[in-house]
Design a protein around this ligand. Structure first.
Ligand code: FAD
Length: 525
């Protein structure tokens, strides 16, 4: 048992030192004395069992933890990695480390809420003080909820009007400097080190190219790189950015915001420092507007039961989608084998790189659901959950409902063409050629519709449709009309086909046939 009283700061999201009010609280004096700080991250087996995490996101997480550990060392501390369920871990360490206080960031996801309530009870039992602070969102979602009459604002405009009353958000907080001697972390044992990916048994052969390195250091550098392009920030308008540019046309700060390597409040503040006093675009399409979309979905997610599913979700239209995870159209979609090169290239980019542009997400989500394949948005959500570096519970569910016209957006008759949409920003199909090299030699004329190419052209291009690249699995012009009729019926309340009581099943791995190898790591420890 450690004699010196300890305060644990529990990192979950919020993997940063800057603008971290709960971490700063952990460093506050109690009376005249300081506690020794022990920052902890728990590798919780729940996430392996219930959440889908692909290898690219494991890598991003491990890099973020390593960076956090490095930054903590610079201020006289370190990160302790614990392996097991949070309840088991705290039962053990509250006693063993003589813990007096526990601090963490508020998390609104359903599992996190239940987990944190359990930990609060346990802390109470051990006379450990708990302090939880809001810092994963710009606004305190509970305040938004209360200010809106104890309900979540269900439109963006309503959300804006509610938060406008709060005035300018408080300034982001600085990272702590060198810790006072008494707070510095003394326990140096290697057993708590950040594990290597290899030790976690992530199959390194499944990793894609590393384009976005995890961690706070990278997050701040990336944000500043974009903030230095002041003109670009002021003129940013989301609909004018390109879903299929070779270099991303938006910031790709989403993975850093998801893991909390970057404070949304800091980013919002930096954006305002740039646009205030200059001519600039405005929400919802501006960059500040993008940040508010995040807040909007977080608020809806926090206060809507069953937000990530259709059945039992009061904001979600009940639509009789196909819900079979073995459905051949769904399998073709998730593997980038629909025969529509624009759709397939996006799915390959997602699988290999872990990030795709917002409008690319629109295209593939619309295609999977109301546009073409009539497959449940929940299955698409599961694939995104596994493959996106930025997979974020509230944002993923909220946007999938939007795209499938299940909630928030109701112009279901506005359908993206899997051919014309991509052509608008990439006439020659360079993006398709990058992600589907089998089509590299196809003439521009046929790159979006290779099934139209005469056999002689296919032969010259070295790619026979139906053999080397799939035939299209549906005829968009035909299925789109059929789906529109089904949507119309669902909107009119046609109940007879609704899959009442038949929820979408969560597969062990929605996009991969073998279960993630990382399971073994948790079993061993
Ligand atoms: P930028 O345009 O640079 O925007 C800056 C930040 O604003 C983003 O990093 C993000 O945090 C926020 N933001 C932007 N657009 C949205 C939006 N529509 N909704 C909420 N926040 C937004 N985003 C996720 O972070 N995680 C998800 O799991 C996720 N799933 C999605 C699923 C679907 C079907 C769709 C259509 C969109 C989804 N998005 C998700 C929203 C959006 O596509 C990404 O946030 C954005 O593309 C990230 O790229 P960026 O950082 O370059 O965005």
């Amino acid at each position: 048992m450690n004699n010196k009283p300890v305060v644990i700061h529990w990192f979950r999201k919020g993997l940063r030192l800057h603008d971290n009010p709960a971490l700063l609280n952990a460093l506050e004096k109690v009376g005249e004395s300081h506690y020794e700080l022990r920052p902890v991250f728990i590798l919780d087996p729940w996430f392996v069992k219930n959440a889908k995490v692909g290898p690219n996101r494991w890598r991003f997480l491990v890099q973020s933890l390593q960076d956090l550990d490095d930054n903590l060392k610079k201020i006289g501390s370190r990160l302790f990695i614990l392996k097991g369920s949070p309840t088991e871990m705290f039962k053990k360490y509250f006693k063993e480390w003589n813990v007096k206080k526990l601090t963490f960031e508020v998390d609104i996801e359903p599992y996190a809420k239940t987990r944190d309530e359990e930990i609060k009870k346990l802390a109470d039992h051990h006379s450990v003080t708990v302090v939880a602070k809001v810092s994963h969102t710009i606004y305190d979602l509970e305040k938004v909820f209360k200010a809106n009459g104890n309900k979540a604002p269900l439109t963006y405009v309503k959300f804006q009007s509610v938060v406008a009353k709060f005035g300018t958000p408080e300034k982001a907080l600085n990272a702590p400097g060198k810790l006072p001697k008494q707070c510095q972390t003394l326990l140096l044992s290697d057993k708590y080190n950040v594990p290597l990916l290899e030790e976690m048994q992530v199959d390194l052969t499944e990793l894609g190219k590393e384009l976005y390195r995890g961690g706070e250091t990278e997050a701040l550098a990336r944000m500043e790189k974009y903030m230095s392009q002041q003109d670009w920030v002021c003129k940013f308008s989301k609909p004018d950015t390109s879903p299929n540019s070779i270099e991303p046309s938006t910031t790709v700060l989403s993975p850093y915001l998801k893991f909390g390597c970057l404070s949304p409040r800091l980013m919002y503040q930096r954006l305002h420092e740039i646009i205030d006093g200059r001519k600039h675009t405005s929400p919802p399409t501006s960059l500040t507007g993008q940040m508010l979309w995040r807040e909007f979905y977080y608020t809806c997610g926090a206060y809507t039961p069953n937000f990530d599913r259709m059945v039992g979700n009061p904001v979600c239209k009940q639509i009789p989608w196909k819900v079979d995870p073995e459905d051949e159209h769904f399998v073709a979609w998730k593997n980038g084998r629909t025969g529509y090169p624009f759709i397939d290239a996006i799915m390959i980019q997602l699988r290999t790189e872990g990030w795709i542009h917002h409008l690319a997400r629109h295209a593939v989500a619309c295609f999977l659901t109301r546009g073409d394949l009539w497959v449940s948005w929940e299955l698409g959500q599961q694939v995104f959950e596994e493959l996106l570096l930025d997979a974020d519970w509230a944002l993923n569910a909220g946007n999938w409902m939007w795209l499938s016209a299940s909630a928030f957006f109701h112009s279901y008759f506005r359908v993206y063409s899997p051919v014309a949409f991509g052509k608008k920003t990439d006439k020659h199909g360079d993006y398709i050629k990058k992600y589907l090299p089998i089509l590299k030699k196809f003439p521009t004329e046929y790159i979006y519709e290779p099934w139209k190419a005469p056999l002689s052209v296919q032969k010259t291009a070295g790619c026979i449709i139906g053999k080397d690249y799939p035939e299209r699995i549906v005829d968009h012009d035909v299925v789109m009309k059929e789906n529109l009729a089904k949507m119309k019926k669902a909107y009119q309340g046609g109940k007879e086909e609704a899959p009442e009581g038949e929820p979408v099943k969560r597969k062990k791995s929605a996009s991969n046939e073998s279960p993630p190898k990382i399971t073994k790591f948790f079993k061993k420890n």
